[in-house]
Design a protein around this ligand. Structure first.
Ligand code: GAP
Length: 494
């Protein structure tokens, strides 16, 4: 949990993340958080970065309802089948998610893909007791994660535990929209709800969170003939197969071409989905050395999934955290919805009619927000700084008059207006010494500060200070827009 307390207190102070919510009622409920003004802006920037990655890769956005009647969840298999392994203290009644409890106390233990009996054996072998009172723990039992509600007077319904299922229901409409041709991709960004067992990891494990899930609909026999693959085949991903995990091996940087040849990845369209998931992490500036794609063990993945890999980021606070799951969901979903709705979801494939397969890229926005913030946090001797990528920083520019007199505030406000008109996210600040204003901007992650001084009145130039190097350069006001655009793209060396 290195730095976690310091980081969360900075996030609270600076209006990034508040909670658990509702804070004023007995300290709030675990798993619910508010985003303050800077948090909400960062969230939107991250969401828009993911949106741009999906769109660039030919997925189209849709939006579906968050609540669906029970029948939908019976069909998807979530009702009754979407559970987490729970253990209860037989003395004080505290509940724990078994896999998380074991991992927390014994980080080196492999807990992925274990059966409930195997969890019980681990609890016994490792002499794990209740984390609150040291009492004995019960046998592992399944805990339902679905959140129930009612539509109208008495129609039983559930809040969606993933966006994916609600995306699949309109398959026939997409088919028409894409002019009766496969493959095609759609994505949805929206809220999902899970009744997580005693969540304690802040934004990492919420009970209400935002998923950005892209779905590629493709015929089974086309999965390995995917023409886009040639644009991706040289991309290298840090792949950790389940067999390597068993041997406690490390991820290997493997090109998609090699991975297909070596049958590490089963088909070309799925390989491209993995690359698109990775692109999200790259666009957000996540450190490659902290990333790996971990393949699920055969008994860990959903029973219908043909393959599943999690893109994981090594956090200082919680160790490896899944930020995006990539799943080959086969034809399971559409077949189930056809069966339960009574509608034919097959489409023409040559002379036959066929239900397509679905390849899914499932990212979680809050987890991306947390990993981006944790990675950005840096303490130096004389300052704390959030090194957010300029392209996603909530406030891109702060504009300061050096002193609050001699016409400098008026001139600084002119520059501020100019920057707003050019669509930069800018803030004006004249309170406190210039040093304090720089420190404040550093803590908020503002990449560039513009100072208006007495020379500005003479020569129409300002200083631009770079957050990371603290270096300053002089730029003419009429060249400021181009300069800052390049700086935000990372094309200027200070
Ligand atoms: N449709 C597939 C699906 O839902 P998942 O791996 O369960 O797959 C996808 O979830 C992503 O959603 C995860 O990679 C993670 O980023 C995010 N996620 C899942 N549970 C979460 C939670 N309780 N709090 C925050 N994010 C969560």
């Amino acid at each position: 949990m290195k730095n976690y307390d310091k980081i969360t207190s900075l996030f609270k102070r600076k209006g990034y993340v508040w909670g658990p919510s509702p804070e004023i009622y007995e300290g709030g409920v675990a798993g619910f958080y508010d985003l303050g003004p800077l948090g909400a802006m960062l969230f939107n920037n991250i969401e828009n970065t993911v949106r741009a990655v999906y769109f660039e890769n030919n997925y189209y956005e849709i939006k579906a309802p968050l609540i669906m009647p029970s029948k939908v969840w019976e069909a998807s298999g979530h009702l009754g089948g979407f559970t987490d392994p729970l253990t209860k203290c037989t003395k004080c009644g505290a509940v724990f998610r078994v896999d998380k409890l074991i991992k927390e106390l014994h980080p080196k233990e492999i807990v992925d893909g274990l059966t409930y009996k195997e969890y019980d054996k681990k609890i016994e072998d490792l002499s794990i007791k209740c984390a609150s009172c040291k009492g004995p723990l019960s046998k592992t039992v399944p805990q339902d994660m679905m959140l129930k509600t009612t539509i109208g007077l008495d129609e039983e319904a559930y809040l969606r535990p993933e966006t994916a299922t609600t995306t699949y229901l309109q398959f026939k409409r997409y088919y028409e929209f894409f002019r009766n041709k496969l493959p095609f991709g759609v994505y949805q960004i929206g809220t999902a709800f899970r009744n997580e067992i005693s969540p304690r990891n802040g934004l990492i494990r919420k009970r209400e969170f935002t998923q950005a899930e892209a779905q590629l609909f493709i015929f089974k026999s086309d999965k390995n003939k995917y023409s886009e693959f040639k644009d991706f085949e040289k991309i290298k991903l840090p792949l950790l197969t389940w067999k390597e995990q068993d041997k406690k091996g490390k991820p290997k940087k493997t090109s998609l071409k090699e991975a297909i040849k070596g049958k590490i990845i089963q088909n070309k369209a799925y390989a491209v989905s993995l690359a698109v998931g990775y692109q999200i992490a790259m666009e957000l500036g996540l450190d490659e050395k902290r990333l790996r794609y971990r393949q699920h063990y055969p008994n860990e993945r959903a029973f219908y999934a043909l393959d599943a890999w999690d893109l994981e980021y090594k956090t200082d606070s919680f160790g490896w955290v899944e930020i995006c799951g990539v799943h080959d969901r086969s034809d399971y979903d559409l077949k189930q919805h056809a069966k339960y709705s009574g509608k034919d979801l097959r489409v023409k494939h040559g002379r036959k009619k066929e239900v397509p397969h679905i390849l899914e890229i499932a990212a979680g926005i809050e987890r991306l927000v947390f990993t981006v913030l944790e990675q950005a946090y840096d303490e130096e001797k004389r300052r704390t700084v959030l090194r957010l990528l300029p392209s996603i920083a909530p406030i891109q520019l702060k504009i300061f008059p050096l002193v609050s007199k001699d016409g400098l505030p008026e001139k600084a406000k002119n520059v501020y207006e100019l920057m707003l008109n050019e669509d930069f996210f800018a803030e004006y600040d004249e309170s406190g010494s210039i040093g304090r204003r720089y420190r404040r901007a550093d803590e908020e992650g503002v990449p560039f500060c513009i100072t208006i001084d007495h020379d500005t009145l003479e020569d129409e130039s300002v200083t631009v200070r770079d957050r990371d190097t603290m270096k300053q350069v002089r730029v003419k006001i009429n060249e400021l827009e181009d300069f800052l655009e390049e700086a935000i793209e990372g094309d200027i060396d200070f």
